[in-house]
Write a protein that binds this ligand. Sequence first.
Ligand code: BGC
Ligand code: ZN
Length: 367
Amino acid sequence: MKAIAVTPGTPNSVHLRDIPKPNIASVPDGKGIRVKVLKVGVDATDREINEALYGNAPPGDDYLVLGHECFGRVLEVGPNVRRVKPGDYVTATVRRPGGSIYDRIGTYDMTSEETYYERGINLLHGYLTEEFVDSEEYIVRVPQGMKHLHVLMEPMSCAAKAIQQAFECQRRLKVWSPVRAFVLGAGQIGLLATLVLKLKGLDVYTLARAPGPHRKSEIVAGLEATYVSTKETSLLELAAEVGKADLIIDATGHSGIAFEAMQALGHNGTLVWTSITGGKRNTEIPSDKVNIEWVLGNKLLVGSVNANREHFESGIKDMAVGEVMFPGVLEKILTSPVDGLDNYAEMMRLLVEDDSALKVYVNVADE
Ligand code: BGC
Ligand code: ZN
């Protein structure tokens, strides 16, 4: 069957290849699920993998099948599968467990091992193909009424985890009730984080470069948050104007901004970093200033990567509420479909060159 793959370590190696069909019997204990891939989203991680900045092939292979944001339909289930049945819409988690205690209790997103296994990213093949097989543990059902949001489930899980982590950490304060949040970046993670924070009742400011109106600013407004163009008002100007934030989520993909954000956080606040920065940028920072403010304000910085089943499930629930509260807004994220696996070059072109492409995804097959 067809698959979109790269040769890790070789820049611009994206190509179409033929790979063997998976077999449900390869999953132990009758827990296998075979899924027909309908759609797969791609993001900056796929771009960086194709630029050979990130990602590794599975042991024994010299290629890596791309794709970690999947949406599909169950074709076949093993005898001991209970959560889904043939015909159900599903997505799948990305990371697979290593050997640490965190991996063993289903929180593989928190593995303490340096080596991590992620489908379509590191050491495991991804979903940009016609079918895949996995264990019930990693397959998450998508409600029928949300199939129009298809490939957003995985990015949503990362946004949901990042925010859940902030609240979990802030239990140190006993009574934390954040009022103001800054979301840095209006890509998919930034916009989905905006939704989650709005549903929690925060005053949300979502920042990105380009002055509106444009699609991103419309989506932010549709979620009843405030869009701020950093060309018009810088992050630090915004903090001076409306007050520093209790919670900042950085999803810009820019490490310089992640550090700058430290200066816009209020006392007792939390800054969550979610950007995957495969490059080699160096940034100068006013470290004495940040250091003293950080200490005197009991501030917290937390990194958040990936997501486990629990975050997929809570993210899907938040999206469902979002659909009821802000009907039709989330699907505006899904800007740029590509038809078929054969069009892998167009997929990469949109990802690299098209600034207006908020979400690129491949229509792999019809139902
Ligand atoms: C993916 C995450 C993954 C991270 C690091 C992101 O693009 O969405 O699932 O953990 O990259 O590899
Ligand atoms: Zn991703």
